[in-house]
Design a protein around this ligand. Structure first.
Ligand SMILES: Cc1cc2nc3c(=O)[nH]c(=O)nc-3n(C[C@H](O)[C@H](O)[C@H](O)COP(=O)(O)O)c2cc1C
Length: 317
């Protein structure tokens, strides 16, 4: 059970689910570098009930990725329950419900963060999913819909009451999207609410090993979740482990960066085909080569490369 797993771990660090980023290849790399818990990209319950091949591929994982959760989103009870059952058939360690996505296309259908405007429905849908599967169900959400309405403390209690086993909170409202700064004070309030007994996972703006440890200590959360700072930067997980154990933080050299990028590309080529692998990697170079002197000319060339061979030649050039 995820909850046992989380409780047994000293300081679990999650790789945040990120559509278009946290595919199998990237999850496995992050795991190797020290991410403790992995979650799929979000899977649309509507698309799944039509059995779309891409959604099926998104849920799949390898044994080495455990503990692993499949994240689903939707707003229709029957579709959400069916998606959860579909996902459960892959035997992940948990099912995560996305009640935090701010994207217009999704909230306009009442899914993701839109549900924060209708807490009774949020509770009812979550309860239906909990009852429908034999796996732990967790929720990832935000503080609320907008600044005047941040019901997260009550929301967390009510979701706990219907049986979720952990809650991840991104310290922003939907209205903030990704702007401004994440506010962790309410995450801390959820954690310190004496009625809460499930693990609380803090998320938002953790961009260094130092900040991860500092926020965990300051807000007392059971786990930390890292999103954007891990894009093209799986080393952040290794740095957290090093900092905790007092070992020196290893900075990757250029050779390590290149070999990781090539591995990422090759694994994605196998899973998605060369074209998609090469194009998707374009958003990752800035992270993979952050701080590398004079990398920009190579990055510009990589933006128009269409084959793995070209990428390799540019990187080794
Ligand atoms: C490119 C991208 C894709 C995302 N996709 C998802 C998703 O599929 N499911 C989800 O719950 N959150 C998603 N998020 C939100 C992140 O999981 C995370 O909550 C957010 O980025 C804040 O954490 P950070 O400051 O560490 O990035 C996404 C964020 C980004 C930047």
């Amino acid at each position: 059970m995820i909850i046992d797993f989380l409780r047994k771990m000293d300081f679990p660090v999650y790789l945040a689910p990120m559509e278009g980023v946290t595919d199998g290849a990237f999850r496995r790399i992050c795991k190797e570098y020290g991410a403790d818990v992995l979650i799929s990209e979000f899977v649309s319950s509507d698309a799944l009930s039509r059995d779309v091949e891409k959604s099926i591929r998104k849920m799949d994982f390898t044994e080495g990725e455990r503990p692993y959760g499949v994240q689903i989103f939707g707003s229709n009870e029957a579709a959400l329950v069916s998606a959860a059952q579909h996902a459960a058939a892959f035997h992940p360690d948990f099912i995560d419900i996305n009640w935090g996505c701010p994207v217009k296309k999704i909230v306009s259908k009442g899914a993701g963060a839109a549900i924060l405007q209708d807490i009774p429905k949020m509770v009812a849908l979550t309860s239906a999913v909990v009852k429908a599967v034999d796996l732990p169900v967790t929720v990832k959400t935000r503080l609320g819909w907008e600044s005047a309405d941040k019901p997260i403390v009550e929301v967390a209690e009510r979701l706990q009451d219907v049986g979720i086993q952990a809650i991840a909170i991104h310290g922003r409202t939907r209205a903030q999207q990704y702007g401004g700064e994440a506010d962790w004070t309410l995450i801390g309030e959820v954690k310190n609410n004496p009625r809460m007994h499930i693990p609380v996972i803090g998320n938002g703006d953790i961009n260094s090993a130092e900040k991860a440890l500092e926020y965990q200590a300051r807000y007392g959360v059971d786990a930390i979740m890292i999103g954007r700072a891990a894009i093209g930067n799986p080393w952040i997980f290794r740095q957290i482990k090093s900092l905790r154990s007092g070992e020196p933080c290893q900075e990757p050299d250029y050779g390590e960066r290149v070999s990781l990028v090539m591995r990422h590309l090759r694994e994605n080529e196998r899973e998605k085909g060369e074209r998609v692998a090469v194009i998707e990697m374009r958003t990752m170079y800035a992270g993979y080569f952050r701080g590398v002197f004079n990398f920009k000319p190579k990055r510009i060339k990589l933006m128009s490369a269409t084959t793995l061979k070209e990428c390799e030649e540019i990187l080794h050039g």
